[in-house]
Design a protein around this ligand. Structure first.
Ligand SMILES: Nc1ncnc2c1ncn2[C@@H]1O[C@H](COP(=O)(O)OP(=O)(O)OP(=O)(O)O)[C@@H](O)[C@H]1O
Length: 238
């Protein structure tokens, strides 16, 4: 059974058909990357999955349950978590304190302290534990954001352009982090432009174009597909 499944998902904004009959299926344990040229409808599909937009028609199922009509918070409660590009960390608080806030919803006392330490190490933030989040490097801030998103132990982690603005080294470390998370059983759906990252992590790639699923397969299938190359021609960050 798929962990996440959209069926004939459509979204119109006025006369604009932004999501067009999208069938997307994610198996549990998969890292799935969503790519496509600017305006392809990636963010809109993300927001439909999160419940921030209502589809014009079609359904979304999570772990076998129809969640199409559920609010975002109800989806989060069922195990969908997201890391957006916009920072959501408390800048004046340290990395440790930020994680504490996120983790104390499910842990207390010694177990809380243990999990904060474990997560700081897991995120590569051990040495920066007491640095205010606002003073962390761009990459470190993004990793802390991922830490906040996984604090509730979601079953599905949605990542919105997780490597945006990162150096190649930070991008690589982010790929390693995502792979380690996946190694612990996390299913991941990432919207991403950086093809090095996609190659590093993706088990499966879906290409969106003009709101439709244009191609789907392994990264090797996708880069070998001349039709995919053609839709990226003229795009700045293909
Ligand atoms: N709330 C909205 N109202 C009207 N049109 C919208 C709305 N949101 C998105 N669109 C339009 O839908 C199309 C797809 O946008 P979307 O942001 O989903 O694409 P994207 O693939 O995420 O693009 P990018 O890679 O540039 O972030 C665009 O033409 C956009 O202008």
């Amino acid at each position: 059974m798929a962990l996440l499944e959209t069926r004939s998902l459509n979204k119109h904004f006025g006369g604009l058909h932004v999501t067009n009959s999208v069938d997307l299926s994610l198996e549990a344990g998969e890292i799935h990357c969503l790519i496509g040229p600017n305006g392809a409808g990636k963010s809109t599909l993300f927001r439909l999955i999160l419940g921030e937009h209502r589809p014009s028609s079609g359904t979304i199922a999570f772990a076998g349950e129809d969640i199409t009509g559920l609010h975002s918070f109800e989806r989060i409660r069922r195990g969908i978590s997201v890391k957006f590009q916009v920072p959501g960390v408390f800048k004046g608080l340290s990395a440790r304190q930020n994680l504490e806030i996120a983790l104390q919803r499910r842990l207390a006392g010694a177990a809380l302290a243990r999990e904060i330490s474990r997560l700081l190490d897991f995120l590569g933030l051990g040495a920066a534990a007491d640095t205010p989040a606002g003073s962390l490097s761009h990459g470190q801030k993004q990793w802390l954001e991922i830490g906040m998103a996984i604090a509730l132990e979601p079953r599905l982690l949605l990542l919105d352009e997780p490597t945006a603005g990162m150096s190649p080294e930070e991008t690589h470390l982010t790929g390693e982090l995502v792979r380690r998370l996946n190694g612990e059983g996390m299913t991941v759906l990432a919207v991403e432009h950086d093809m090095a990252f996609v190659r590093q992590v993706a088990h499966k790639v879906t290409v969106l174009h003009l709101g439709r699923v244009f191609a789907q397969g392994s990264i090797d299938d996708i880069v070998a597909d001349e039709r995919v190359a053609a839709i990226y021609l003229g795009q700045a960050h293909a």
